[in-house]
Unconditional design. Sequence first.
Length: 312
Amino acid sequence: MSQTPLPASIDDTLHLMDQAGYVADRSLATVLHLALKMKRPLFLEGEAGVGKTEIAKVLSTTLGRDLIRLQCYEGLDIASAVYEWNYPAQMVEIRVAEAAGDTEHQELSKSIFDERFLIKRPVLQALEPSLNGAPVFLIDELDRADEAFEAFLLEVLADSQVSIPELGTVKADEPPIVIITTNRTREIHDALKRRCLYHWVDYPDAERELEIVRRKVPGAAERLAHEVVAFVQKLRADEDLFKQPGVAETLDWATALSELNEIALDPDMASDTLGVLLKYQDDIERVRGSKVRLMIDEIRKDVPQVQSMPAI
């Protein structure tokens, strides 16, 4: 994978995202361009399924950089995220030294706390030099991690370095391209946000979501794509759902209906496949049946325009 130069302008950034099939708006391209230019972490906040994680994957692909992903979860600690020592190998080293009579404490300490015995986790891997240039470091769903780990990241984000008591400070020659995502299940501390550029990734409007469906589900009939997007947009706008469907669910639904050879939304088939679009039973029961039929009738007002559009 060859390395691509960083985009020189906002338009270049839009083109870069477009190359990978990511339909970005100009505000996202602007903050992304600035993050790359200023070498600052980019903090992406938004509902699940709106495409935050995909941004890091697109950057990795289009720029030819390694992607290092740290998936956050409750209880994530330094041993899992940053580094730990290979204790079995260290014990073997100690036994070998004892057998050889090399029991000088200071020398033995230096020997066993050598980089040979260091197991590098994602944070440390992201600080290492690479032939492809600084990697894309994705810190995914930071809101799932504990506040203590969030505080640990401050040194990494501010100075691109990690302090290891036994070895000293490990600092990156070139700061990684850091993308942090959060679904806002809890607030992230201001100290961390101050070290980043910020962008709220919202649900796309109908035009942009339709373009996403066309690109990601090219086998879907044009009318089906229009009606799926119109249905999802109406759900988000009109229905008080526990969890609104994200773009990922829109794509899944369009794919599922296309696989079933549907060329337009059928009320019965739409009801039967709502589990692809909605992930909570209360939401499904709120929408299925007569409500689905009513919503389809309402969005069908635009069907003549859809029918006249050429298929892609």
